[in-house]
Ligand binder design. Sequence first.
Ligand code: SAM
Length: 291
Amino acid sequence: NQKAIATPTRTKEILNQYGFSFKKSLGQNFLIDANILENIVQHAGVDDHSGAIEIGPGIGALTEQLARHADRVVAFEIDQRLVPILEETLSPYENVTIINNDILKADVNKVIRTQFEPGQSLKIVANLPYYITTPILMKLLMERLPVENITVMIQKEVADRMAASPNTKSYGSLSIAVQYYTEAKVVMNVPKTVFMPQPNVDSSVLQLTLRDTPPVQVTDEEFFFTVVQATFGQRRKTLMNNLSRHFKGKFDKEQLRYKLTASAIDPSRRGESLTMEEFATLANLLYEEPE
Ligand code: SAM
């Protein structure tokens, strides 16, 4: 009945025993508060039927809590030095598999097919390395994995942007990209003091519930995201300005005004005021040939 890994004393013990030195470049900030971890696992809805996928287990702080609640846990860890440590710290748990690979290079769909039961309820849970939060989340979303939700600790500012609503400072193309695939919610703010070493930024736990179908119908997804990005190009400028700059040579101002009016969108509005529905209507109209 050993103490949880996620305590300051046990974490220090493990690090000393292996002479482990943190690699800042890999975003290594380990959690040392078991209550926070318990909370994350509860929010994720991990139960004894669930399969859990973790990214970056570190020395196993969160992995241990997942192993206690889930049916099976599969964790991707890029740092080879952590593999023998995890073998020991997680030795009491027989339902954990560590994969020593970069999550950005891994074929996660294939891992899911080989590691979990068909149709098993799957959840991704992680304390993500902050330097690549967005690429990791976008990869997981765009691969359309058969998972129910993604619950991740990330930099507070990024969590706020992903979950933002129109007409707020945090709202931008990242909000649309994430909310196209998921319902996004910040479920917890977390102080720096629960990490070793302490990061420079504040953290939040973001919960993403995957949608079965996108909330809007778009003719061409890539073009839809291009329009969204163009619209937020220069935040202080109007829609008309940003769009005419981006579509120079394709649409003139007259044509753009026509498309915007047809979408019932005032050309003098700013991108940050447009809802996802408005972006979809506009993108679909722009996708057609110029009038
Ligand atoms: N889960 C542990 C915890 O909460 O204490 C560690 C979290 S730490 C913020 C991030 C972890 O992700 C580190 O163990 C780091 O080595 C790992 N990592 C960094 N980049 C990775 C990548 N591309 N693929 C997989 N793991 C990565």
